[in-house]
Design a protein around this ligand. Structure first.
Ligand code: COA
Length: 260
């Protein structure tokens, strides 16, 4: 398999679908996958036909079963330090102005769960399994799990998953608000694409600004978060999308947003 094929890029409607494609290794994240994934997110950012991104795993067993454990063997602290200087899949998702939806179709473990946590929305199939099993390997989550998981599910549930390494099913993940929705396996892509299409029908300028402002709520003190909201609100007023959205409402017709 060539490097380009380890993450496939297809456009469905106005969504780019990024599929991590190592099903024989449960889509584990190795160097080539990480590199191709960051490139694919950037490609989607530049692709004018694309307004939202869906991330999934190839095959019916795994979304992503974590970092490639084979790669970790023999890796020194210095090797790991250098590796972690590369642009990360997690930050590429968070920085993407186009919302990223995780369509979780099986094992979602370790770095796979961290990838899902970095996404803006998480839809799981009913056969998905979640966990941060790193403590079984003598390491801790290193892709942001210790920081993003408690921000999403709260400290207690995060500590339970991270300290025990135990796996949970989709219904438990829904109860913890780790995922937004659980659907039948056969409906997963259709549901993720429907969500992507709904987002694609809105103003791209407003969607990108809303993502940035809302995500900042978890990082910034309230006064700074409100100041960011105010400045992004004002940016919207400089957009053709705002003029179109308001005019379309007053003219009782659907808006035609251009993202300008
Ligand atoms: N890294 C590297 N290879 C992995 C992998 C990972 N994270 N997860 C699975 N694989 C490989 C297996 O080694 C196996 O390869 P092989 O066929 O060459 O022996 C192949 O994928 C299939 O895995 P297998 O364990 O036979 O499949 P399964 O469906 O019975 O179990 C898992 C799937 C995901 C439960 C199990 O593979 C597992 O526990 N993986 C590790 C999860 C983990 O600890 N992730 C955190 C890493 S930091």
């Amino acid at each position: 398999m060539s490097e380009a094929d380890v993450v496939t890029y297809t456009v469905r409607g106005r969504a780019a679908v990024l599929t991590i494609n190592r099903p024989e290794k449960r889509n584990a994240l190795n160097g080539p996958v990480r590199c191709a994934f960051v490139g694919a997110i950037d490609r989607a950012r530049r692709d004018e036909a694309v307004r939202a991104i869906v991330v999934t795993g190839a095959g019916d067993k795994a979304f992503v079963a974590g970092a490639d454990i084979g790669e970790l063997e023999g890796r020194t602290a210095v090797d790991q330090w250098r590796t972690m200087k590369a642009p990360t899949i997690y930050e590429s998702i968070e920085r993407s102005p186009k919302p990223v939806i995780a369509a979780i179709n099986g094992y979602c473990l370790g770095g796979g769960l961290e990838l899902a946590l970095a996404c803006d929305l998480r839809i799981a199939s009913s056969n998905a399994t979640f966990g941060q099993p790193e403590v079984n390997l003598g390491i801790i989550p290193g892709g942001g799990g210790t920081q993003r998981l408690p921000r999403i599910v709260g400290l207690g549930a995060a500590l339970r998953l991270i300290l025990t390494g135990e796996l949970i099913g989709a219904e438990e993940a829904l109860r913890l608000r780790l995922v937004e929705e659980v659907v039948a396996p056969g409906d997963l892509m259709e549901r993720a694409l429907a969500l992507a299409e709904t987002i694609a029908s809105r103003s791209p300028v407003a969607v990108a600004a809303a993502k940035e402002a809302t995500r900042a709520a978890l990082d910034l003190p309230l006064a700074q978060g409100l100041a960011l909201e105010t400045s992004l609100f004002q940016v919207c007023f400089a957009s053709a999308d705002k003029a179109e959205g308001i005019r379309a409402f007053l003219e009782k017709r659907p808006p035609n947003f251009t993202g300008r």
